[in-house]
Design a protein around this ligand. Sequence first.
Ligand code: S3P
Length: 447
Amino acid sequence: MSESAAVLVARGATAPLAGALKPPGDKSVSHRALIFSTLAEGQSRIHGLLGSKDVEATANACRQLGAELREEGEAVVVEGLGAAGLSAPDGPLDMGNSGTAMRLLAGVLAAQPFDSVLIGDASLQSRPMRRIARPLAQMGAQIATTENGCAPLRITGGQALQGIHYQSPVASAQIKSCVLLAGLYASGETTVTEPSLSRDHTERMLQAYGVEMPGPTTVRGGSRLRATELRVPADISSAAFFAVGAALVPGSEVLLSGVGINPSRDGLVHALRLMGANVELADRRDWGAEPVADLVVRHGGVLKAIDLPTEWVPSMIDELPIMMVAMALAEGTSTIRGAAELRHKESDRIAVMEMGLRTLGFEVEGLDDGMIIHGRPSAIGAGGAPASVDGAGDHRCAMSFAILAQALGRELRISGASHIDTSYPGFVSDLVGLGGAVFAQGETSNA
Ligand code: S3P
């Protein structure tokens, strides 16, 4: 059985997490690299692309739109079509579980001369899409959602788009990127402003593809993308699980190499340090437009509770489930506020983490926009009877519970874990490689 089994069984770690690994490529950067390479003129070469279900959905869509993608050694080569060179897909574009793929591609497709339909799995088809349909309609696009504002998205092509200044009500890189991509095809300039900075990979990467930006979040209609060669950093959102694991399990030391430390993504590093964790960023360097470093995390004693500064939330939005695990094992009461967006991710992550932590006896209180967590450091290594928690089909919640099991030294049966391969297909073997004990049910235990 593959690692994508619906049930993961995490045995409590008896040993520290120790060793070195390069986590898989950054998911956000990988989606963009494929889309931008498709829109570019010429041949692009991408190194370190994430090979996961979500990114496969984007790759398949690019192919359906006419791009040629092939593997050459460890690189993926894309023969770009140019922004005006896309052809009508032969059927609906299936974005699987990926909100990023759907929202970014909707921006591109809204500006094409042909019609298109974007579909997804049950989770994706319950996520809010008016947040992109509205600004696209303001630009002149014709895009229909279901009655409750979800996918399938039906886009009627052949509309002339006008540039807008869109003031997004939420800090969302998916909204920002969607509108900027449509803006490449609109008349005049398109600018997006947001309440606080969301991840800025789109802005950095547009420039790497030769697009001149008149302002930090402004594009000019008619801009052309030039093919390029780029290297995808390891995903800090995947590295986060082992970083927190090492900060929690006594005696641990892990080295996570080539991890993206873009300041719009590095909130977890700041939060762990504020909790007293020993996190070193070694050998900082730039991989093209993105800064990377080797993350060295050494266990340095029990973590302290924190009130997570709300301004850090956008820069660690995907790391909040694993942050909740860190907080559950910290000394004192922690709070997370300003994270209402968590309720609109692959699952309602506040509800799923609250339920799992409560099931395991932690005292937590879910809030509309976050959580209050009364930490219980005495649970570290204390074992306990085997228990079951539900990852609810959300990759990041399932992986967070697997790390929690390692720290507790308690066997957890994690259902709803099948979507781990949307972002991290090698999670189980990487965790085992660091000394963790976990297996997809049906496989031989490594414990
Ligand atoms: C992403 C943006 C974030 C994040 C998601 C990936 C992206 O969502 O949660 O996993 O690649 O643009 P927001 O659009 O809500 O910022």
